[in-house]
Design a protein around this ligand. Sequence first.
Ligand SMILES: Nc1ncnc2c1ncn2[C@@H]1O[C@H](COP(=O)(O)OP(=O)(O)OP(=O)(O)O)[C@@H](O)[C@H]1O
Ligand SMILES: [Mg+2]
Length: 481
Amino acid sequence: MIVPLVGTLLVGIFLLTYDALAVQRRELEQNMLREGEIYGLLAEHSLSGLVKNPTTPVEQLHERLSLLSDTMRAKLTLLDADGNVLHSSAMEDEGRSTSPEIRALAREARERSPAIRRSGRYQMVAVSPVGPAALARVLAIELDESETLAMLDATRRHIITVAATWMVLLTLVVLGVLRVLVHQPVLELRHKISRARRGDWRVAVSFADRRDEIGELGTDFNDMVRQLRENCQQCEHLHNIHLQQAAHLASIGELAAGLAHEIKNPLAGIAGAIDIIRDELPASDANRAILGEVQNECKRIKKTISDLLNYATPQPPRLQTASLNQTLEHAVQMVEHQSDGKVVRVVRDLDPALPALPHDPDQIEQVVRNLLINARDAISGSGEIRVSTRFVPSPAANRAPVVELVVSDSGAGMTPEQVARIFRPFFTTKQSGSGLGLAVCKRIVDQHGGAISVESEMARGSHFVIRLPVVPVAEKVFTLV
Ligand SMILES: Nc1ncnc2c1ncn2[C@@H]1O[C@H](COP(=O)(O)OP(=O)(O)OP(=O)(O)O)[C@@H](O)[C@H]1O
Ligand SMILES: [Mg+2]
């Protein structure tokens, strides 16, 4: 960038200098022509009296010619009609015949008034009639401007030398200034960017306090690096939290597995024994109801243990390309036939043209079952649950097509605070709930590369939306909650 800039500057200065000198030269030549004209008139005025008087002594004529010659710094020659030299300020020319060029000019001058012509590079000849026309005398004034022109040439050489020196100096100064003001900061910026790219977030450029655009660039760069450093620290912090949670979950998993092993078998034994005792009691015995309660508690403990086990030991999905509508149907039927004294209508709105979807049918069935049980739990007395599916070819710009699965209910709904917490493990508002249902749902959906979201309003119901990608996820996404 700098080289073409300086080159253009140099050519520009050179052209300007050259043009100024050419103008000066033209003006000088114009001056010479004007000078010739004036000298012609002056000579005519000064000599005509002497020429027309035949008694004028030759010495006086010579004296006048020499005087004029000195004044004009020119050679003066008085010519007859044939162009022969009668008198000349240069005595040696007297009696000789003059050049054909001056003779031609003399003829021209006799017909009109002074004739002027440039002759050669440094000479100009002005010829002017002098005295009465009958005498046919003309005066040739040969101006020699070689000295002036030589001075002009010297001046031109001087100007060009000075201009070239200035151009070189100016170029060096411009290059020096550009180097300090632009080149060095750009090099530093490149160096710092490559360090930042290698992960060194402590870099900062030194020119950020300059009060110009380069300084602003430096400030922006330093701010950007600071922001990235903070984000990076935050990411590291979150990563550490996730690692801790993962370690925590792993230990819960081990604990849960151990507990399940230790509790499951005795619990099955207790439940079986209670069954036997209960069956042996007469139908009217009040203890039958108490034993029924104990049985329910045993079932609850069993469920909590298996939920905990399920949450703490996640299994990666085993993807099969299958019909999602069919997977849903299993879950819906199971919840539909639940008998808990409520009148709940389950409405299906399933898209028949749904493309086959890569998913783990068991896991997705578990997700839908959890959502349907929650919806049923939220309905008191009677209500409606709506299950719908639809294909969304382009959910947003540059996003792959998805299948949308919606479970909505006309139940109690949730407060915004509850909505903010429902995917966290162990959050529950139910007496018998473990609070792990939705946490497991979210993890399964995440592992399928999908997303789950919810909208809810108190006393109006809730609306859960799951989006699953139609193309299989290249890499399983494990989200630690
Ligand atoms: N459809 C819904 N309507 C209203 N509240 C809901 C709904 N679904 C979930 N919730 C709220 O979210 C909480 C968490 O639900 P989640 O399924 O995770 O646990 P849970 O149902 O309480 O217990 P479980 O582990 O047995 O499923 C519920 O206790 C309930 O307060
Ligand atoms: Mg639940």
